[in-house]
Design a protein around this ligand. Structure first.
Ligand SMILES: Cc1cc2c(cc1C)N(C[C@H](O)[C@H](O)[C@H](O)COP(=O)(O)OP(=O)(O)OC[C@H]1O[C@@H](n3cnc4c(N)ncnc43)[C@H](O)[C@@H]1O)c1[nH]c(=O)[nH]c(=O)c1N2
Ligand SMILES: CC(C)CC(=O)C(=O)O
Ligand SMILES: [Mn+2]
Length: 470
């Protein structure tokens, strides 16, 4: 294989130092390793890392960080590479730290509903491991992402309306800073539901996108498995009718577990891709959790609201297999939409607005994609006010790439105008750094910069991501 040829001699020196820490086979600069770590699932592009390392323990992560710090070489944490904002893509000569070798699940406290996971543990692996305990970890970004990666991006998914986002499900984090310092954000061994002790460093690291340090373990909350689960699909005469239904469900405080919106384009795509036969219309995918009586009561209330908004009768997923097929189809919406234009890349927006502003925001988004002539499907976690316009683009077509970028920016800006955010769950990454400035304002951005400066004074943790240059 071709080894990486660095422009700076310090990279060769660093490679020897890293090999001494993690072992020769875990410090690699082969083309295959570099290319495996030069992309995520987004349309974003950039360079490849100079070296990829696979540490096996928090002590090794700390020593790796120390070596990079002393050689002033940037570091990029790598989870499972399912991110949608280019967060793992090097923008300068860097070392990528792949954390998947650290895959221990420990400290499972069934009575307290909590567990500790290292960065190599994905949400599906955790749920497999605890399946006989009656507990589960509900945060589900569709992809089988690492839980620490989900912490790093501030992820959520289809269950957030009932169980909260990752932010609501983290109790403590173990973190390694750029200079190798190891700390626990809530203090060592802390795993209580509440704490008012000092600044909330745990939340500081949630959504930090690898720019403040490595998350080397997360203590997360678990939930009791519902006694009864019912899933259904309901279609509506218009986008407004579907969205109004979800707003009213929330206004009536119905504890719905999932309420997901798909527009006509997205429904057509998932029908083709996942062999479903849904009516081509604005649609809600719904799920109800509770006791048998409780879930049925929710169903009756939501059915009444849906009918008042012109919704069809619920089409039920009757068996466990049908239910998982339905939700797999929802999780595959990204790939289903891409299959509409083979060879295209997907550019996903991720705005989140106060739920009352959803109809105006979606209507505006549709007018924007029409204005720029971009094929787009919409999928949304409407119960959270969060939706994605998945813009399909031919990355060789410069005009289309530019138009998609302008459309995404206008959609993000409108959400900010409506009191919302340019990103509900995917993060800032490479593409939304300017929008972050508009969203939080210069004063707040300056405080963020100050925090970054304290934790990473040499700007070595995942530079050119998240915060814009001021
Ligand atoms: C089909 C499909 C569908 C979805 C999604 C993806 C795909 C492919 N996602 C996005 C994605 O799954 C989500 O952002 C995950 O949290 C990324 O986790 P990875 O482990 O893959 O992080 P990945 O390796 O991609 O890294 C992402 C960022 O986090 C940093 N990072 C990763 N691990 C770290 C660690 N241990 N310490 C410090 N920094 C770390 C990286 O440096 C990078 O900046 C999503 N998301 C979502 O919230 N809701 C959704 O509905 C979906 N849906
Ligand atoms: C590309 C996006 C549509 C992925 C996502 O976040 C989702 O499906 O909810
Ligand atoms: Mn999503």
């Amino acid at each position: 294989f071709k080894r990486y040829k660095s422009i700076s001699p310090s990279i060769d020196k660093l490679h020897s130092e890293l090999s001494a820490i993690v072992g020769k086979k875990n410090a690699v600069s082969s083309l295959a390793a570099r290319e495996h770590h030069n992309h995520d699932e987004s349309h974003h592009t950039g360079g490849s890392p100079a070296i990829v390392v696979w540490p096996n323990s928090v002590q090794e992560v700390s020593e790796v960080a120390r070596a990079c710090y002393l050689n002033s070489v940037p570091m990029i944490p790598f989870g499972t590479g399912t991110g949608l904002e280019g967060g793992v893509i090097p923008k300068t000569e860097s070392v990528t730290v792949n954390l998947t070798n650290m895959d221990a699940i420990s400290d499972l406290n069934i009575e307290d509903f909590d567990v500790r996971v290292q960065p190599g543990v994905t949400r599906k692996a955790l749920n497999r491991e605890i399946r006989n305990t009656g507990l589960w970890f509900p945060v589900d970004p569709g992809a089988d992402a690492s839980i620490c990666g989900m912490v790093a991006t501030g992820a959520s998914g289809t269950n957030a309306v009932r169980y909260g986002t990752i932010k609501h499900n983290v109790l403590n984090l173990e973190v390694v800073l750029a200079d190798g310092t190891i700390l626990n954000t809530g203090g060592s061994k802390r795993r209580c539901r509440k704490s008012s002790a000092g600044y909330n460093l745990t939340e500081l690291f949630i959504g930090s996108e690898g720019t403040l340090g490595f998350i080397t373990s997360a203590t997360v909350r678990l939930h009791g498995m519902p006694e009864s689960t019912l899933s259904a699909v309901c279609s509506f005469p218009s986008v407004q009718d579907a969205v109004n239904t979800s707003i009213q469900v929330l206004q009536y405080s119905i504890p719905i577990a999932r309420i997901e919106f798909l527009d006509n384009v997205a429904i057509k795509a998932v029908n083709n891709f996942s062999k479903l036969e849904n009516k081509i219309a604005p649609t809600l995918f719904l799920e109800f959790h509770g006791s048998e009586a409780g879930a049925k009561e929710q169903v009756n209330q939501v059915a009444e609201i849906a009918a008042a908004n012109g919704g069809t009768q619920f089409k039920w997923a009757e068996t466990v297999e049908e239910r998982s097929k339905l939700w797999q189809a929802r999780h595959d919406t990204f790939y289903a939409l891409l299959a509409l234009k083979p060879g295209n890349k997907g550019y996903s927006t991720d705005v989140c607005v106060p739920i009352s502003q959803l109809p105006a925001a979606i209507e505006h988004s549709l007018s924007i994609v029409e204005k720029y002539g971009i094929l787009c499907g919409i999928a949304g976690h409407v119960g959270d006010g969060n939706y994605h316009c998945l813009l399909m683009l031919d990355s060789d077509n410069e005009s289309e790439v530019l138009r998609a970028k302008m459309a995404a920016e206008e959609i993000g800006r409108k959400a900010i105008f409506l009191g919302g955010s340019c990103t509900g769950e995917h993060g800032i990454g490479i593409g939304k750094r300017e929008l972050l400035k508009e969203e939080v304002g210069l004063e707040t951005l300056n405080v963020m910069k100050g925090i970054k400066n304290v934790l990473d004074p040499r700007n070595l943790m995942n530079p050119f991501k998240g915060l814009p240059e001021i």
